[in-house]
Ligand binder design. Structure first.
Ligand code: ATP
Ligand code: MG
Length: 545
């Protein structure tokens, strides 16, 4: 979607949205490439045997058959159909089938437990679920309580009260053309990560895919190039997997590598990248932090030409590590389920400042606003805001007009994140509004301190929070997962305090250092600092050494 340009400024000047009035994701990501040429859409890396190559032709015919099965079960336009499947051809086929009939896809993370599934299925009133035996085992305990749920299609075969996806599809016709949906018609409900409370269902229109393209193309260095192959360990059930990788790739007719990874294995990730010649990767910061623990990354080799990262602060430390491990600049990007990929780096077109999320992606009006809704002086913090209309912006929270209204101030969508815009136009993330620490009169973003902590050789993971403190309002507190072999002793805590004090500033160093075996994380790998504040603030959880 981005034009050719020599510089970021030229890119912005030449960019125009092209959003047709009628648009259907299934047509754009599948049928227009299904021309009988055998173009590959998905490279499915299975646990055993050679990779399976699924063509656009096969995706078209399978997704049309599944669309027919859904229709035969009475599922139609606007109905919510959940997809509870790990990365793999079935998940892609289910999505395309749902868009084809104008229904609304609700991707659900395969590792969710029964309560998480029940909450989301009930909230969106899903009438059907496409899943496999793994998902079915979790649904069994909750399906009787879900009055709207009528149809379960199982990719692993028929079970009592459950239809076999492939048997039904095998009997169905494969000539269901994509419905002529309007670009503004709803296509998806994606639940937010739930980092700061109950997850919210963001209702997204078919146009959301077009809205994502510039924000994928920049960090993936103006994707696509001939020979590209895209992979992410992020599940396709969340926006980073689905709309930053799977659907943009298919839109461009580029193959996606699919692999079911129950648990992220950093060494295996290096091997996978090398063995299959992956050219483009989206590696969330948590994945990168784990990969950073693997010794001598150079020994694996790789074919990457672009790496994007986002969803959490990347940090200068990870940026440096990326350059030494891959010889590439990891391009950070920023967004949220409600309005994604609005800020990004693109090392080929602009200088990448360490610690910066990048510049506004062409087509998005991004600004920092103060409490009065005005831009503060350059370099002063405020809330990151995006002006509507914007093709990538959500239609609203599902069934929650109050929350939708509260998300906006006039035409500005308020992200709830605090950031700074530098003089060169780049944006720096300070923190989620709740995570910003007020200490001794300073406003401190946890990211900067965490970045510094990560440089200490005995630190594997770090989260920084503010805990109530009579003297300073809040005391900067670091929760540390020690690196393998490092002992969580008072001496190490003292050393870490001194390390930050010396490198950052006296007001930023953690007065308290607490060791933990793991950090509480969302399914999408985001540190839940609010949970840490609660457990540590109440005296529960890990104790000081
Ligand atoms: P919930 O809204 O349910 O609390 P969530 O906001 O974590 O969960 P997502 O929409 O998945 O759910 O995540 C978006 C958020 O992730 C952003 O609002 C921001 O706080 C954070 N984020 C995204 N990109 C970056 C980035 N590059 N640097 C720092 N934080 C980021
Ligand atoms: Mg959010």
């Amino acid at each position: 979607m981005l034009p050719a340009a020599e510089s970021y400024e030229e890119l912005v000047a030449r960019f125009r949205w092209r959003i047709p009035p009628a648009f259907n994701i299934a047509e754009a990501c599948c049928d227009r490439w299904a021309d009988g040429s055998g173009r590959v859409a998905v490279v499915h890396v299975r646990p055993n045997g050679p990779p399976e190559r699924i063509t656009f032709d096969a995706l078209r015919s399978s997704s049309a058959r599944v669309a027919h099965v859904l229709k035969a079960q009475g599922v139609g336009r606007g109905d919510r159909v959940a997809v509870l499947l790990a990365q793999g051809p079935e998940a892609a086929i289910a999505h395309l089938a749902i868009y084809r009939i104008g229904a609304i896809a609700v991707p659900l993370f395969q590792l969710f437990g029964p309560d998480a599934l029940e909450f989301r299925l009930r909230d969106c009133g899903a009438c059907a679920v496409v899943t496999d035996d793994v998902g079915l085992a979790k649904l069994d305990g909750v399906r009787d309580r879900l009055g709207d749920l009528r149809v379960i299609l199982n990719a692993d075969g028929a079970r009592p009260g459950v239809l076999s996806l492939w048997e039904e599809a095998g009997r169905a016709r494969d000539d269901v053309p994509p419905l002529a949906t309007a670009a503004d018609d709803p296509a998806l409900i994606i639940y937010t990560s739930g980092t700061t409370g109950s997850p919210k269902g963001a209702l997204l229109a078919h146009r959301v895919l077009l809205g994502h393209l510039p924000g994928v193309e920049m960090p993936q260095e103006l994707f696509p190039h001939p020979g590209d192959l895209f992979w992410t360990p992020a599940d396709w059930a969340w926006i980073g997997g689905l709309l930053d990788v799977l659907l943009p790739s298919l839109y461009h007719g580029v193959p996606v590598l699919a692999h079911r990874m129950a648990k992220f294995d950093p060494e295996y990730a290096f091997r996978l990248l090398a063995a299959h010649g992956v050219r483009n990767a989206f590696l969330p910061p948590t994945a990168l932090r784990m990969m950073r623990q693997v010794a001598e990354p150079g020994r694996f080799g790789h074919h990457l030409r672009s790496i994007g990262s986002g969803g959490e602060t990347l940090g200068a430390e990870a940026l440096e590590w990326g350059r030494s491990a891959f010889g590439l600049t990891i391009n950070e990007f920023y967004g949220q389920t409600e309005c994604n990929l609005i800020i990004a780096n693109c090392a080929g077109l602009m200088p990448v400042r360490p610690g910066s999320m990048g510049r506004a992606v062409p087509g998005h009006h991004v600004a920092i606003l103060d409490a009065a809704g005005r831009p503060p002086a350059a370099g002063e913090p405020g809330v990151i805001a995006v002006r509507r209309p914007d093709p990538v912006m959500f239609l609203g929270y599902w069934n929650n007009p109050e929350a939708t209204a509260a998300k906006f101030s006039g035409d500005w969508l308020l992200t709830g994140d605090t950031g700074v815009q530098e003089e060169d136009g780049s944006f720096r993330f300070i923190g989620r509004a709740d995570d910003v620490i007020t200490s001794g009169g300073y406003r401190i973003g946890p990211g900067e301190v965490e970045d510094c902590l990560m440089r200490h050789p005995s630190v594997a993971m770090a989260a920084v929070i503010g805990l109530p403190d009579a003297l300073r309002t809040e005391a900067v507190t670091a929760v540390i997962v020690p690196a393998p072999g490092a002992a969580p002793t008072p001496a190490l805590a003292e050393e870490i305090r001194g390390f930050v004090r010396q490198r950052l500033a006296a007001h930023l160093y953690p007065r308290r250092v607490v060791f933990a075996e793991t950090l509480p994380m969302t399914a999408t790998g985001k540190v839940m600092r609010g949970t840490l504040r609660q457990t540590l603030g109440s005296g529960a959880g890990p104790a000081d050494p």
